[in-house]
Write a protein that binds this ligand. Structure first.
Ligand code: CDP
Ligand code: CDP
Length: 216
């Protein structure tokens, strides 16, 4: 079973997807890390992350340990990730990785195009959103927690610019799949968001499925 969790930056996708994976006993893949690791490699090389030749080479050379680098978060990494993510050759190079991961044992994957491109046949697709201001506040709090001083207004502007790039690109733009369940987490903390998602998942898969019983 594959569960697709998509949505814009800092909507709470990862927090929710990780929790769903634990509850269902499925592996979890944060697909944003793939794009972040490729973007990071280009930054290391002093190259432009929008350089299609170098970015494709970096995507093809990606190794699992690259996803564990400590420097994949923060404004520079955010920007580089969304620049390489607009390149069709990079997306193509990362597609098999994501599909192999999901097909091996089932999985919960979060990203932008899981329900539309990577696993369009997934039985459950969630599209998680929250207001721009709330998402910026969450990201700003995260930065502060890591000791990074940032202006809330600047975080909001960068988040909006990245969402616009992700939704506006030609290759696998961010958008809800036609059969995605929408979950607005603006007024929900992580616990309440999980409870709401869990009830959507159960509703979609059928309340009496053996494998969902007793997992709450
Ligand atoms: O994966 P994505 O960028 O969509 O978001 P996340 O990393 O799951 O969540 C971003 C931040 O918001 C984290 O610090 C979460 O703890 C927090 N969060 C929240 O405040 N309320 C939620 N309903 C979900 C996440
Ligand atoms: O955590 P946050 O939502 O801020 O970002 P992320 O999920 O780590 O993704 C970083 C960037 O990778 C996004 O802004 C997208 O440009 C790209 N991405 C994508 O294009 N497709 C995916 N399935 C996942 C991420």
């Amino acid at each position: 079973m594959v569960i697709a969790v998509d949505g814009p930056a800092a909507a709470g996708k990862g927090t929710l997807a990780r929790r769903l994976a634990e509850s269902l006993g499925l592996p979890y893949l944060d697909t944003g890390l793939l794009y972040r690791a490729v973007g990071r490699r280009l930054l290391d090389q002093g190259a432009d992350p929008a350089d299609p030749v170098r970015a494709e080479a970096a995507a093809r050379a990606l190794r699992p340990e690259d996803l564990r680098r400590a420097d994949l978060r923060g404004p520079a990494a955010d920007h580089a990730a969304s620049a390489v993510a607009a390149l069709p050759a990079v997306r193509a190079a990362l597609l098999d990785w994501q599909r192999d991961f999901g097909r091996a044992h089932g999985a919960v994957l979060d990203g932008r195009d899981i329900g539309t491109v990577v696993f369009p046949e997934a039985p459950v697709k969630l599209f998680v959103t929250a207001s721009d201001e709330e998402r910026a506040r969450r990201r700003w709090l995260e930065l502060r927690g890591r000791g990074v001083a940032a202006e809330l207004a600047e975080v909001l502007a960068e988040l909006r610019a990245r969402d616009a790039r992700d939704a506006g690109r030609a290759a696998a733009p961010m958008r809800p799949a036609g059969d995605a369940l929408l979950l607005d987490t603006t007024a929900l903390d992580a616990e309440a968001a999980f409870a709401a998602a869990w009830s959507l998942v159960r509703g979609k898969l059928g309340r009496d499925r053996e494998d969902l019983r007793g997992k709450e």
